[in-house]
Design a protein around this ligand. Sequence first.
Ligand code: C5P
Length: 227
Amino acid sequence: MQLCVALDLPTKQENLDLINKIKEYPIWLKVGLRSYIRDGEEFLKDIKKINPDFKIFLDLKLYDIPNTMADAAESIMGLGVDMFNVHASAGKRAMKEVMDRLGLYENRPIVLAVTALTSFSEDEFSEVYEDSISQKADQFAKDAHESGLDGVVCSAYESKSIKNITDKAFMTLTPGIRPFGEDAGDQQRVADVAYAKSAGVDFIVVGRPIYKSQNPSEVVKKILEQI
Ligand code: C5P
């Protein structure tokens, strides 16, 4: 299991300060909508300047018509990131088109599909998808697997079932991790590190418990020890 730290701070400088505090660790860094819209490709380069071994997950959750998603995926190829994601609810045709387009390249990044956002409660989720989270997450994971993606974003609670119905090697990345029982914030389906590990999760994403802590380096160290 690998640790991915979410860079969701209000300014580029605060993100860079955080990265500098944890630069000696073999971790992934997640650049999401807030940071990428504000700081763009330059920020990705700044990260690699601090430590070229950092792996970057570009969390833009693409959702559009198939051709537009494949075009966007091709642009992402040019950024040199190590992983990015799309929404599984964009459909199999869109996911397949993304993978076909990336197939033209030798070194493509890992591609994951978002199943159900971890901030959804059951009620909120069924209002949108008219199904339970676990059933729909399984279905989305099957779709992503059949479309040739490498894995999915899901909650730790869905990881086991998803691997059972797809493939053990099909990756799961789980946000909503509260490593040592910290405040859940807007997340609904939170789990701790031990649970994620027992569920066979490949990547845990941790944001607020690290960047809101007085000592982010210490929290990262403790999580890596548990992993
Ligand atoms: O601060 P916290 O640890 O809750 O951060 C979780 C991160 O994972 C956020 O950047 C959020 O956008 C992202 N994420 C999520 N649920 C998903 C996909 C991504 O919480 N399904």
